[in-house]
Design a protein around this ligand. Structure first.
Ligand code: FAD
Length: 465
């Protein structure tokens, strides 16, 4: 055997968990080595958050080109060159960002080893290439190996049975697309392809799409799906896909009745599984939950001293900003700082039409926690900027304590929700109350005024409603 090369701090994975951990650890004085078996930037930059938002933007442009009559703008013959869309998404969006991460690694003197990391014991690992392998010992380790799509019985991934990665990289807009699983990934891509011209059917096993958002928010998305001809079939159990050279037949069951759909592609987005099963986790003595996740303490440390885990492989929402947040805490912990995680103001965003966003608690969650709270819901229909954008579907909801109007959570559905949720997250994080928000001067006319108006509503003194 070879002998081990000694390393100081090793990060496995270069997604929004791994790359952020590596940079912060380097900033705090560690000599850092990143091991990556795929592309720098992980799922998020290559086949997740970023390319999905690019396709969603393209879909919005195509729709706006065709449907701006209300503004007095009409066009004839709007065309979509999808090869160009994909080219832009890949070479100008994804590669700009992944190239940026590589540049940041250089700037911070972070070494990158290409290959798969496999733990040997709690102090060493092997990096495996197709034709070589090398053992390394480490002082500190941050595992950020992320997750991958789940394959379900009867739907073996192939040419026309695709996962979200296949869905992002189609070379044509399907005429017929079936999406199995109406979570946020399935719903976002369903909406994007519908906007790009596909007829889309979502088959959802439970009784609702987007189960992590409240009913009145999901209803807005369902209404929009209906308006653009997306069929949402709930209570649908997907059974089997039968593929030919030219199409795929999807068999599913609703209320005991077997149904079929013929499509160009069926995209399966029913969930993701943590990448903890093929890298020697047990050899290092790290414990896994029955779902294959790694339990960590408040600093992100596993049950093995000096080994940390962050991102999609630890419990909690599988979101990029959570991975990056945990990354900074773990890097600081390795540097001897006392940082600990605090998830009470964790935002989540879904880029459907309209966008949905939430932070902190919902009213129902507050009740479960025994907090005496109330909700104030201010509609975008009463917001001048939303009206001028012809985009009035939705609302801002503030969840405040009855005792002193402390903001403990908020939800936004509608135009700009993905950005508006940040002000609300800051307010929850800082322990602000409705008065703080109401007394903050908001520029006019902006969508953000709906937050100020919502705060006034919470205080029982609304001006604009
Ligand atoms: P990942 O980004 O999965 O990165 C892990 C990296 O580790 C990969 O590059 C992998 O190659 C590497 N790796 C794994 N095992 C090994 C090994 N043994 N050796 C070496 N390298 C290894 N989140 C949001 O917050 N907002 C969004 O809008 C959003 N949209 C999404 C859209 C889609 C279509 C998908 C699929 C996901 C989306 N997500 C979104 C989720 C987000 O991508 C993940 O939460 C995030 O990427 C997790 O980051 P991570 O660092 O934990 O892991």
């Amino acid at each position: 055997g070879d002998f081990a090369i000694e390393l100081e701090t090793v990060v496995i994975g270069s997604g929004p968990g791994g790359y952020v951990a590596a940079i912060r650890a380097a900033q705090l004085g560690q000599k850092v080595t990143v091991i990556e078996r795929g592309n720098i930037g992980g799922v998020c930059l290559n086949v997740g958050c970023i390319p999905s938002k690019a396709l969603i933007s393209a879909g919005h442009r195509f729709q706006a080109a065709q449907h701006s009559d209300v503004f007095g703008v009409t066009t004839t013959g709007a065309q979509l060159d999808f090869a160009k869309t994909q080219d832009w998404k890949q070479h100008q969006v994804v590669e700009t960002l992944t190239g940026g991460v590589s540049m940041l690694f250089k700037k911070h003197h972070i070494d990158v080893l290409e290959g798969s990391a496999f733990l040997v014991d709690e102090h060493s690992l092997r990096v495996i290439h197709p034709d070589s392998a090398q053992t390394y010992s480490f002082k500190n380790l941050i595992i950020a190996t992320g997750s991958r799509p789940i394959e379900i019985k009867g739907f073996k991934f192939s040419q026309r049975v695709i996962d979200s990665t296949g869905g992002l990289n189609l070379t044509e807009v399907p005429k017929e697309l079936v999406v199995i699983g109406g979570g946020y990934i399935g719903s976002e891509l369903a909406g994007a392809y519908a906007n790009l011209g596909a007829h889309v059917t979502i088959l959802e096993g439970t009784d609702t799409i987007l189960p992590n958002f409240e009913k009145d928010m999901v209803q807005l998305v369902t209404k929009n799906f209906k308006a653009k001809g997306v069929d949402v079939i709930t209570g649908a159990m997907a059974k089997e896909a039968v593929e030919t050279d030219t199409n795929v037949t999807v068999k599913y069951e609703v209320s005991g009745q077997e149904q079929t759909l013929v499509a160009d592609y069926v995209m399966v987005t029913v969930g993701r599984r943590p990448n903890t099963d093929d890298m020697g986790i047990a050899q290092a003595g790290i414990q896994l939950t029955d779902r294959g996740l790694i339990e960590v303490d408040q600093q992100g440390q596993t049950n093995v001293s000096g080994i940390y885990a962050i991102g999609d492989i630890v419990p909690g929402a599988a979101l990029a900003h959570k991975a990056s947040y945990e990354a900074k805490i773990a890097a600081e912990a390795i540097a001897g700082q006392k940082s600990i995680v605090d998830y009470h103001a964790m935002p989540a965003v879904c880029y459907t039409d309209p966008e949905l966003a939430t932070t902190g608690l919902t009213l129902a969650e507050a009740k479960v926690k025994g907090i005496d709270a109330k909700a104030a819901k201010f509609p975008f229909a009463a917001n001048g900027r939303a009206l001028s954008l012809a985009d009035t579907d939705g609302f801002v909801r503030l969840v405040t304590t009855k005792a002193d109007h402390t903001l403990i959570g908020a939800q936004v559905a509608g135009a700009g929700a993905s950005d508006l949720i940040s002000e609300l997250t800051l307010a929850v994080e800082s322990g602000m109350n409705a008065e703080d928000l109401a007394l903050t001067i908001h520029p006019h006319p902006t969508l953000s005024e709906a937050i100020m108006d919502g705060a006034e509503l919470a205080l029982g003194m609304p001006i604009n409603i």
